[in-house]
Design a protein around this ligand. Structure first.
Ligand SMILES: Cc1ncc(C[n+]2csc(CCOP(=O)(O)OP(=O)(O)O)c2C)c(N)n1
Ligand SMILES: [Mg+2]
Length: 789
């Protein structure tokens, strides 16, 4: 502990504290040097083949050097988790290198293929990264949801009882607080009474383009306090505090307090002379100030005037150590962008790189001999053994990602029965069935939804499993004996996390739940529900979750124009293409309840697989007639692989209708109607355009035969193909290129009308008539049959 020592502490303890402080200050210098050198090496010393800028953020890194050194080398414990602002990646890598968890080779290859990543990445940098960052704001929000997951696991007794709760920490850039997702998260965090959360704001008052407005931050602390957070402001370092204590020192404090951000930054850049000129002009009438000016040469004056608390190791440690409870805390640490570097404070320094001359001077000032640039302790004024010993004792040195045991998934899930069912209804019933059992599987499922729990059919599950809350809350409507289909009792045993309507929060929550295994050592099987069109609302957070390899099931319903009278604004059109194109996610759009039962079981296993992916189900509210059939293993496999013949084509058939999802009845009816003219036409059910497409690409790349080719080979060469989907027609049109069939792709490329299904399917051209017309056109243009020998 380096806090002001209470009276009576022994001299040895004082000496030990002073020693720790000296080590931390030395290593902070080294971290600054290594980060700066890493970027310089990448930009100036590594050969470039394409002439493109490499980049790296020397100024952003310098800004965070003290805060990050304090966190990594003194404050954090193995159970803590951290999201580091993206542009401090070089500092992060330098710290990991000092801790022996990052290789020199990777540092030398910073921003090169296979090297240390531009922004800390769980998937690319490996074990050393807790939360990826890159898209500003999301990493910060993620820590809040991770703290909720930690509480969930703890209160469900899913963690070892002796496991200490960790702090979920974000080292945030101040401009990250411009992102709306931060405030959505704060609101949600307040509702859930999140604990053990630290947000450390690197308050350098600069973003990418410019110096930021002074007025904004005046509101920020009030805002955090409003949400129940403690706000700790670290403004002035020890040198400045000492100067303020001198006669007339209060005037100096008032002057800096009143100094606009842009002037302060400009003077930081200009240095001692600039400070002197302004202080003389404004404060020369005070003898105490004149004395301060006389006592400092230009370099000393610059050092004094830039001695903000975020660069004063002692002040930073005092502030961090002083917080010992679990109340969420926001530290606003005043810093200088580019601190210690020649472009400190310059408004254009975000992407600025030191040139070779500046770097040579900096190297000299750091006393790093040529050839010793990557050495751990070169140029530091403490003995290397002492620093090595210090690093070996850092609590974080041993921290590793957890392994977690898989959760068994049964061989099959029961198929909901009924002549007419929608896939959404089937989903609700399958989950309801799981909820009424007492399997380990059900115990590890956690559902979450942004205020669409009931309307996405999670009601059965929630009625049986309850809502999660740190405290018990009775269901008042039930106590008052008011009839309702929903039981909404909440408590620490609840297995549904109810969120407000912010879709970003849903995806950050799924990201955190989906990383419960590696973050905390116990897996959860998260299922999130959403209306399909609102995936776009949270798309960057979804991408962020998947980039981190978080595993979850996303159930999107209602979808498409099939929701019909429920309104044009809620129709989803491009989402199937998101399902096709989004890395880390596999999308299914089944038509029937038995398909869904097969697929949901598969998904619960898939999200636990090494190398597996998250799964997106696009479901519908349209009840359709269910096929009477028993699924054999081969058919189940085909449903999972993405396609099967729902109506087998005759051999050498002239035509097939390939459909996806809720338009199955139209495809079947059209096939029936065409039957007289084209008796052998087939109906191809596509349960996953995404998997089918992926398989086709992989087969083309490896010279093998894809599933789509094998299926279409049942038709005569050059036969006609009609594809139909309640979504953008591009989702299936590619099938025409698989075996060179003439394809007429039907689908939706406009939206906005309300109506019933018959009206809308007609208007958008995906009804039975439209399919028949398309079939006629396709047959007309298809290659004529070549008589086979
Ligand atoms: C969502 C998103 N939008 C834009 C960017 C581009 N960008 C990178 S850094 C940055 C400004 C960051 O400023 P701040 O958070 O204050 O960081 P620092 O000053 O510490 O570098 C911007 C706009 C991004 N990374 N993510
Ligand atoms: Mg900033």
């Amino acid at each position: 502990m380096l806090r002001a020592l209470p009276g009576g502490r022994s001299r040895e303890m004082d000496a030990a504290s002073a020693d720790r402080l000296a080590c931390l200050q030395a290593l902070e210098r080294k971290v600054l040097w290594l980060s700066t050198w890493m970027i310089h090496n990448a930009n100036h010393l590594r050969p470039s083949r394409d002439g493109l800028k490499v980049g790296g953020h020397q100024a952003s890194s310098a800004s965070a050097a003290t805060l990050m050194t304090a966190l990594y080398l003194e404050i954090m414990r193995p159970q803590d988790r951290i999201a580091v602002k993206p542009h401090a990646a070089p500092i992060f890598h330098a710290l990991q290198y000092l801790l022996g968890r990052q290789s020199l080779e990777k540092l030398e290859r910073f921003r090169a293929f296979g090297g240390a990543q531009a922004y800390p990445s769980r998937t690319k940098d490996g074990d050393i990264v807790d939360f990826s960052t890159g898209s500003v704001g999301l990493g910060v929000g993620m820590t809040l949801f991770a703290s909720l997951v930690q509480d969930y696991l703890r209160l469900h007794h899913l963690l070892p009882p002796d496991m200490l709760p960790g702090r979920m920490i974000a080292l945030a850039g101040d401009a990250e607080l411009d992102e709306g997702n931060i405030y959505e998260a704060l609101l949600e965090g307040w509702k859930h009474d999140v604990r053990n959360l630290w947000w450390v704001v690197d308050y350098n008052r600069q973003s990418l383009d410019a110096v930021v407005s002074d007025r904004l931050f005046g509101r920020i602390d009030a805002l955090f306090e409003m949400f129940g957070w403690r706000v700790v402001t670290l403004k002035y370092g020890r040198l400045l505090e000492a100067a303020f204590a001198h006669p007339d020192g209060a005037h100096l404090r008032d002057w800096i307090d009143a100094c606009p951000n842009s002037l302060y930054s400009a003077l930081v850049y200009k240095g001692g002379e600039g400070w002197r000129e302004h202080l003389r002009r404004d404060l020369n009438r005070y003898p105490g100030i004149r004395a301060i000016l006389n006592e400092h040469d230009d370099a000393g004056l610059a050092r004094l005037m830039t001695n903000l608390a975020g660069h004063d190791m002692g002040s930073v440690l005092d502030a961090f150590h002083a917080v010992t409870d679990d109340r969420p805390t926001c530290f606003i640490a005043y810093t200088i962008k580019g601190y210690g570097l020649p472009f400190a404070g310059h408004k254009d320094n975000h992407a600025g790189l030191m040139n070779p001359q500046q770097m040579a001077l900096f190297q000299e000032s750091m006393a790093v001999p040529a050839g010793a640039e990557w050495e751990h302790f070169a140029g530091l004024d403490l003995p290397p053994e002492r620093l090595a010993d210090f690093l070996a004792r850092v609590p974080l040195a041993g921290g590793k990602r957890h392994q977690s045991a898989p959760i068994a998934v049964p061989a099959a899930l029961p198929v909901p029965r009924g002549r007419r069912l929608s896939t959404q209804e089937a989903f609700g019933r399958i989950l309801g069935g799981l909820a009424s059992g007492d399997s380990a599987l059900a115990a590890h499922i956690v559902t979450t939804s942004p205020d669409v729990t009931v309307s996405t059919n999670l009601g059965n599950w929630v009625n049986r499993r309850g809502i999660f809350d740190r405290a018990e809350h009775a269901d008042i409507f039930r106590e008052e004996q008011i009839v309702s289909a929903q039981r909404w009792a909440a408590g620490p045993q609840g297995q549904h996390i109810e969120l407000g309507i912010a879709e970003h929060n849903l995806f950050l929550q799924l990201a955190a739940l989906g990383l419960a295994g590696p973050l905390f050592g116990t897996r959860l099987l998260p299922i999130g529900t959403i209306y399909d069109p609102f995936i776009k609302r949270g798309l960057d957070a979804l991408n962020y979750a998947l980039y981190q390899d978080a595993r979850f099931i996303l159930v999107a319903t209602p979808s498409g124009i099939t929701l019909a009278p429920e309104g044009g604004a809620h129709q989803s059109v491009v989402e199937p293409l998101i399902g096709l194109g989004q890395p880390g996610l596999v999308c299914f759009e089944p038509a029937y309840a038995d398909e869904l039962a097969i697929l949901l079981r598969w998904a619960l296993a898939e999200i636990q697989e090494e190398g597996g992916e998250s799964v997106y189900f696009r479901l519908s509210t349209r009840p359709i007639e269910q096929p009477e059939r028993a699924l054999d293993a081969a058919l189940a496999e085909a449903i999972i692989a993405g396609a099967y013949w729902l109506r087998e084509p005759a051999s050498d058939a002239e035509l097939a209708i390939a459909y996806c999802g809720a338009v199955a009845p139209e495809a079947l009816a059209a096939c029936e109607a065409i039957g007289e003219d084209l008796p052998g036409a087939g109906v191809l059910a596509i349960t996953s355009p995404a998997r089918l497409h992926r398989d086709w690409r992989a087969a083309r790349a490896s010279g093998t035969r894809s599933m789509a080719e094998r299926l279409l080979a049942r038709l005569r060469p050059g036969a006609a193909l009609v594809t139909v989907a309640d979504g953008h027609p591009a989702i299936l049109s590619w099938l025409g290129g698989v075996a060179d069939n003439f394809v007429v792709p039907l689908g939706v490329d406009r939206f906005g009308q309300s109506g019933d299904i018959a009206e809308l399917y007609r208007v958008y051209g995906i009804d039975c008539e439209a399919i028949i017309d398309a079939a006629a056109r396709a047959c007309l243009h298809a290659r004529p049959a070549v008589r086979r020998q």
